[in-house]
Design a protein around this ligand. Structure first.
Ligand SMILES: [Fe+2]
Ligand SMILES: [Fe+2]
Length: 182
């Protein structure tokens, strides 16, 4: 397993934008907490975290090729596992043709867009994630002009893929993001 430090260095090499790095850390953290909840072992927890951290690795430098550049040319030579690479591939099925199937793939898909959306919601609130209710999020989901670039269908499909009610998934992530991201 490649160390977290090395994966962070890799992320910083390819991504300069502070908000994209923050998004990657949020998704990594969400993946880690879900992996723990699912009783994964420590190696698996690291894998889930790493898939979250690196899922948008090539977005800034290769927006047109994302995530194909990362999964074909950047990650394999560095020794990242097939599970991580497949999960990154499956977070963008419309670009790669791969649908989320394995548990890690489904959770990554389910955490990605929703984390981004919830971050946008947190920025509108003086207390951020603290005191946020699932309703604060679902209300905004119905507001077409709010974070208009976020695909609502992907958020709904994500919750379905992990067999959760959307409100339950949102509540889980509110609790995750109230903690300092590590
Ligand atoms: Fe992406
Ligand atoms: Fe993302």
């Amino acid at each position: 397993m490649i160390s977290r430090e090395k994966s962070f260095d890799l992320l910083n090499k390819y991504v300069k934008g502070v908000s994209l790095i923050h998004h990657c850390k949020m998704v990594a953290f969400a993946m880690q907490v879900y992996a723990k909840q699912l009783n994964k072992n420590s190696n698996e927890i690291d894998e889930w975290w790493t898939a979250g951290l690196l899922h948008d690795l090539d977005w800034e430098m290769y927006p047109d090729e994302h995530p194909n550049k990362a999964i074909t040319s950047i990650l394999p030579p560095l020794g990242y596992s097939a599970e991580i690479i497949e999960a990154i591939k499956a977070h963008a099925p419309e670009r790669t043709g791969k649908k989320p199937e394995s548990e890690m793939e489904r959770y990554l898909f389910a955490c990605d867009e929703l984390s981004g959306f919830m971050h946008a919601v947190s920025l509108m609130r003086p207390t951020g994630f603290v005191g946020m209710k699932p309703k604060s999020v679902t209300k905004k989901l119905k507001t077409v002009n709010f974070a208009a670039n976020v695909a609502r269908e992907d958020i709904r499909a994500g919750a379905e893929l992990i067999g959760k009610d959307l409100n339950e998934h949102i509540l889980f992530l509110i609790n995750v993001f109230q903690e300092p991201i590590s």
